[in-house]
Design a protein around this ligand. Structure first.
Ligand code: NAP
Length: 307
């Protein structure tokens, strides 16, 4: 039996593990794939404090992981299927896909979020054959080629700018007439000769035979439909929280975990930290802060509740 199980090893989970282990808690940090979370797919991070120059996403996360491991955090590979509290014992049972069950006094859910899909014809079919959700991973395949980037938030703007290193032309297709992303990123994108913003436009289908050849779009204002020849489509339209293993009664209508400002859910001893929680600003520094808060609260819960 553990004091604490932290599920998810992105910035929130890794920071929670650093704070938890330094408080003397007997804990494990569980990760489905490899530690680091979404940030490892970010080319460069320039708004995480402590680094004068932009730092590659993978490097920032490998430093966080190294810090946790140096302090003695055990990172366990596993796919969590459910985390339930037994009201009689007040202990949590964390059930893994391979049938393993681990009990703990307290749980921090820090499983972040996954890429939202467009859900249009051709998207699934051409994933890996021209459709991508990661410019850092796949950008180099599009040297001197034409690509479409879908979205108008910070991710779409950052990634469209990153793709100018490779692609000859980038259509930045956004469903409204102004971007959601911050001004500095908008300015960078609009200053690039390679990027052509396509406003008020929604993608309707991604087409081709063996691989992506065109994207069909519709202008929302004029109703005009057109087809743009492209070799790739990068989709950056936000994220959905990874919360399917958690009890329904702690989630809101967007499937985010409802927490108070101490990262407490309404189930005592169960905390949530990072991108999966309600009202998250989805910043690395804030996920880290959530993780620290959740670990301090878990420590208080374990000490004061006699769990
Ligand atoms: P986001 O801010 O939620 O933006 C999603 C974008 O996709 C919006 O422009 C939205 O349009 C569009 N969209 C959503 N569903 C769509 C659909 N079905 N079809 C077409 N377009 C659709 O997501 P994000 O850009 O991935 O950012 C997520 C969070 O991470 C944000 O809080 C962001 O600030 C943060 N982030 C920060 C940084 C940074 O600080 N450097 C970098 C990346 C991300 P509308 O605008 O019309 O809603």
């Amino acid at each position: 039996m553990k004091d604490l199980i932290i599920i998810g090893a992105g910035p929130a989970g890794l920071t929670a593990s650093i704070y938890g282990i330094r408080s003397g808690l007997d804990l494990i940090l569980v990760e489905k794939l490899s530690p680091g979370g979404q940030v490892v797919n970010t080319f460069e991070v320039e708004n995480y404090p402590g680094f004068i120059d932009p730092i590659p996403g993978w490097e920032l996360m490998s430093k966080m992981e190294g810090q946790a491991r140096r302090l003695g955090v055990e990172i366990v590979a596993g796919h969590v299927k459910s985390a339930e509290k037994d009201e009689d014992s007040s202990l949590f049972k964390v059930n893994f896909a391979d049938g393993t069950v681990i009990e703990a006094k307290s749980v921090i859910a820090a499983t972040g979020s996954s890429y939202r899909k467009l859900d249009i014809k051709g998207e699934k079919e051409f994933t890996g054959r021209g459709v991508s959700y990661c410019a850092t991973c796949d950008g180099a395949f599009f040297k001197d080629k034409r690509v479409a980037v879908i979205g108008g938030g910070n991710t779409a703007l950052e990634e469209a700018h990153f793709l100018t290193r490779f692609a000859s032309k980038i259509y930045l297709i956004h469903r409204r007439d102004r971007f959601r992303g911050v001004k500095i990123l908008q300015e960078r994108v609009l200053a690039s000769e390679k990027i052509e913003p396509v406003y008020d436009t929604i993608p309707e289908s991604i087409n081709g035979s063996e691989k992506v050849e065109t994207i069909s779009v519709k202008n929302k204002k004029s109703g005009k439909e057109s087809t743009i020849p492209v070799d790739g489509v990068f989709v950056f339209i936000g994220f959905d929280p990874n919360t399917d293993y958690l009890p329904e009664n702690i989630l809101n209508e967007k499937k985010e975990v409802i927490v108070d400002k101490r990262m407490k859910t309404k189930i005592e001893g169960l905390f949530a930290a990072g991108d999966l929680r309600s009202e998250s600003a989805r910043q690395i520094v804030m996920a880290a802060s959530d993780g620290a808060t959740a670990a301090l609260e878990a420590y208080d819960y374990i000490i004061n509740s006699g769990a």
